[in-house]
Design a protein around this ligand. Structure first.
Ligand code: ADP
Ligand code: MG
Length: 636
């Protein structure tokens, strides 16, 4: 599409362009809105200024003729020769802050807009944000506020900038992009003027948009009353052994299936699926070549939830078998988890259908992970701090059941209070964003693969600057998810998520101040001390104590003084940090012992050797503790 054709398209959606006129290649200019700009409009030129195809600051029709000769010259120097199909555009000059808006039809998120600072250096600056085509006004604003250029709103250097223009323009582009057969576009610059945004340049790539269909589900993946385990075995080195063992710990009815075994852990082993009684859930841990056949037989048996532990599908190039699984899920109305899944954990029943080496404690965290390895690492870590889960889903290759399904399912689970996602990539982007928007529970996400470069062909700026990591993270954030930068945060942050107010007890000023900054930057509020508390504290502390939060109890504090202070300020509803730096009289082990009586206090002991025994004690009691400030943010 030529620039002037795009201008007409923009007008249909109420988007402003400069006044312009299109000229044949040999036509005489006549224009009366100076100063003006002359541009080449040719299918042979994509980025016009790169080849000298734009002249600005033109004041007369004579100057237009002159500028035309220069452009023709510039183009020839770049081996571009014009013909009768090419055109010149003359348009009025528009002045203001240069923005940029682009759109890309992403294979996962479908229509996504990019918006931010425009101009010729946009690829270098990348001061842009991602906006879903379904984002409403608050979501648009939330996203836009992540850019630096947004700081000029509502006022900058004495000039007013209306945020309403941003919303209005973006909403128009959302409409245009979803209604037209456009797969990529960019407008750079999109100039902010007192009358609103004006598009002074436009590139559009048309094409058919293919959307990944999403199916309706009629069965809860956590409805697991009667569970069959295919591939249950007595060989401890096999996955089917751990699965069988873990599954037996719960109250659900478990049925083992293995043609080469008759008894396992004192229970009957069924030779074939056909022999099984009715079941609702099946876990498959058999060689991949038998999986499809088994799914079919299980579907006929009435199973609705099928957890495919077996690997050997998409991840090894076996695309066909994976697609077959997707089709079966649809055809038989199944929830298929995996393949290449670590399994699921259903805290409502304390049913562990994973082959994780460790047991899983019941709790309130809903954990959804694409990678099984990361999941088992997190489960392992959670155990050392006695952290529990309400539900765990290892999504694996996501042939069927995906992030959107998982988020939706966890909405109805009372026990689940937090939803934490470990994502590498997604399948259905729009349903995923809708699920985040609707979620009544906080959703945190860690996205792996930050360094990923955009892999798209460079048709436009949009193609150059849209990165997979940034897009997923930007869209998730705007829709309402919390972005985590550290994997550990996925489990630990849930611990203290509900505690907004923080209190610090310390025997040194510096670390208290640094920690305050960390807490505040993570949205925590520093608790203030009332007069009564200050008086009580003054009675047990030396006169030089800080008299506010952080409560600096002075370098010579011993376990006794820590105890006296905690007895006054300890409060389960608050986030309490106890900082201990090694001084001559600091009795680390005794302070640690004292802290055991205050389960909610988080110890930060700076040191190694001096605090060795204290750390041993904390480990023994599964207490979260730190030996520096760097990792404290992981639990916020
Ligand atoms: P391209 O992006 O293909 O190189 P543009 O049409 O964006 O070409 O023009 C290049 C630059 O010239 C723009 O980034 C902008 O700074 C300036 N420009 C183009 N058209 C106008 C206009 N109508 N008013 C003011 N400046 C303009
Ligand atoms: Mg441009």
């Amino acid at each position: 599409m030529r620039e002037y054709e795009i201008y007409e398209l923009l007008h249909r959606y109420g988007i402003k362009t400069p006044r312009y006129k299109v000229y044949e290649i040999d036509q005489e200019f006549y224009f009366d809105h100076f100063p003006a700009v002359l541009k080449i409009a040719s299918d042979k030129v994509v980025h016009k200024s790169d080849v000298g195809g734009v002249r600005v600051g033109i004041h007369s029709n004579e100057e237009l003729q002159q500028a035309k000769r220069e452009i023709i010259n510039n183009l020839q120097n770049n081996s571009i020769f014009l013909d009768m199909n090419d055109r010149f555009i003359v348009e009025e000059e528009v002045h203001g802050v240069e923005f940029y808006i682009g759109g890309i039809f992403d294979s996962i998120f479908e229509e996504v807009l990019l918006f931010g600072k425009g101009g010729v250096t946009i690829e270098i600056e990348r001061d842009i944000c991602y906006i879903d085509s379904e984002a409403d006004e608050p979501e648009i604003l939330k996203s836009f506020r992540t850019t630096k250029i947004s700081k000029i709103f509502p006022k900058f250097r004495g000039k007013e900038y209306k945020i309403a223009y941003v919303i209005d323009t973006i909403e128009k582009f959302q409409k245009l992009f979803t209604h037209e057969d456009i797969v990529e576009f960019d407008i750079n610059p999109l100039v902010y003027t007192d009358e609103g945004f004006v598009a002074v340049d436009a590139r559009v790539k048309t094409g058919q948009k293919s959307r990944a269909p999403r199916r309706q589900r009629s069965f809860d993946i956590f409805h697991n009353e009667k569970v069959a385990i295919l591939g249950a075995t007595d060989k401890p080195q096999k996955v089917g052994y751990a699965l069988a063992k873990n599954a037996l710990q719960s109250g659900a009815d478990i049925y083992f299936v293995n043609p080469r075994l008759s008894r396992l852990f004192g229970k009957r082993v069924y030779k074939a699926i056909q022999e099984l009684p009715d079941i609702d859930t099946a876990v498959i841990a058999i060689p991949s070549r038998y999986v499809l056949q088994s799914v079919e037989e299980l579907a006929h048996k009435g199973a609705k939830n099928i957890i495919v532990i077996s690997a050997g599908f998409k991840e090894v190039g076996n695309q066909e078998a994976e697609e077959e699984l997707t089709k079966m899920a649809e055809h038989y109305d199944l929830n298929i988890l995996g393949p290449n899944s670590l399994g699921l954990y259903n805290g409502d029943k304390e049913l562990n259908l994973t082959f994780a080496a460790d047991s899983i404690l019941p709790g309130h965290i809903g954990l959804i992970s694409q990678s099984g390895a990361v999941l088992s690492a997190l489960i392992d870590k959670s155990l050392s701090y006695a952290l529990g889960f309400s539900h765990i889903l290892s999504l694996g290759n996501m042939a069927d059941f995906d992030f959107a399904d998982a988020i939706e399912t966890l909405q109805n689970k009372r026990r689940c209070r937090y939803i934490n996602l470990y994502a590498e990539g997604l399948t259905h982007g729009k349903p995923y964003l809708r699920a985040i928007r609707k979620s009544a529970k906080p959703i945190a996400i860690y996205k792996a693969g930050k360094s990923e470069e955009a892999k798209r062909a460079a048709f436009s700026h949009t193609g150059n600057i849209s990165g997979d990591y940034e897009m997923l993270v930007g869209l998730s954030y705007a829709a309402g998810a919390i972005i985590k930068k550290d994997i550990d945060e996925l489990v630990f942050s849930s611990l203290y998520a509900e505690k907004r107010e923080a209190l610090i007890v310390t025997n040194a000023g510096g670390p208290g101040t640094i920690l305050t900054d960390i807490l505040v930057s993570h949205g925590k509020k520093m608790a203030s001390l009332d007069e009564e508390t200050i008086q009580k504290l003054s009675a047990v502390l030396p006169p030089t104590w800080s008299k506010n939060n952080p409560i600096d109890i002075i370098g010579d504090a011993t376990s006794k003084r820590y105890k006296a202070v905690l007895d006054i300020v300890y409060d389960e509803k608050r986030l309490i940090f106890v900082i201990v730096t090694p001084q001559y009289m600091t009795d680390g082990l005794n302070i640690a012992k004292t802290l055991l009586a205050y389960p909610n206090a988080v110890p930060i002991f700076f040191g190694e050797e001096r605090f060795k025994e204290a750390f041993e004690l904390f480990k023994e009691h599964k207490r979260i503790h730190f030996n520096d400030l760097e990792n404290v943010a992981n639990i916020l």
